[in-house]
Design a protein around this ligand. Sequence first.
Ligand SMILES: NC(=O)c1ccc[n+]([C@@H]2O[C@H](COP(=O)([O-])OP(=O)(O)OC[C@H]3O[C@@H](n4cnc5c(N)ncnc54)[C@H](O)[C@@H]3O)[C@@H](O)[C@H]2O)c1
Length: 278
Amino acid sequence: MTATDEVTRSGLPTAIVVGAGGLGMAVARRLAQTHHIVLADIDAALAARQAAALIEEGGEATAFPCDVTSETSVAALGQLVRGRGGFRSLVHVAGLSIAAGNFAAIVNVNLRGPALVARELLPLAGPGICAVLIASMAAHLSSADGTAAEILSDPTHADLASRLAAHLGPQGATPSAAYALSKIGLLKYARASASDWGRRGARIVSLSPGMIATPMGKGAYAESPNKARMFARSPLGREGAMHEIADAVEFLVSDRASFISGTDLLVDGGLSAALTYT
Ligand SMILES: NC(=O)c1ccc[n+]([C@@H]2O[C@H](COP(=O)([O-])OP(=O)(O)OC[C@H]3O[C@@H](n4cnc5c(N)ncnc54)[C@H](O)[C@@H]3O)[C@@H](O)[C@H]2O)c1
């Protein structure tokens, strides 16, 4: 794999944004104010197009085709970042919604992928560096039983998805279970990794968006009538905007969040609280 669209003008620190879709681009646009963006996505054409858009807007960007579920592909991303002299921020946004419909694919992209990426980049982490893993409010609305939790605690395992599927059985291994469990696993991973990142003076956190107005979010309405019912109970009576997630990410990777690690930031307009307490 090769990097494309390499442009370096100012020696800005590198931010790796994995996922060039709706939310990924909102984050990339914001971090491009202060970083050179390495924009990674399995869709090479999309990554190239979106990196070109960032450059067109005055930013610096490098597109990189990367399948986060492939250890070889993730190692190539690590190689690129090593070649750039390391990184300042990592935001793993790529993920599949329930609409993807495939249990193993959802588990692998949403959990094994970010865990592989974080594991690959950890040796390059140092003081002031932060990794943000984009999870979901879904992680706050369900739970994993003891066996599932144990399986989730080893998220880079090559058989992660099949182990979970075997535990849940054919009735339980649904796309929505895959989504919720993968995001629960991501929150656990950020907590469990805080010590490893902390030893290097670096931080790792997860961020759980609620209902955000994105193309992916729109699709999920069609897939799930439950989503419309949930929306009706939203305390603020609206979906979140992508810039509100970018705001939270910008804060988390900044030095203003220098004592925040091993935790999750829920950015859902209070919806999880409303669903739990009212
Ligand atoms: N939109 C919402 O309301 C909402 C709410 C909660 C959480 N989220 C989370 O936000 C994240 C992204 O949302 P989005 O709106 O940007 O989605 P999106 O569908 O626009 O973008 C996802 C991107 O991930 C990429 N991708 C898929 N598989 C990949 C792989 N194996 N390797 C690398 N890249 C891969 C896709 O090509 C796509 O560009 C997801 O993790 C999702 O679970 C979204």
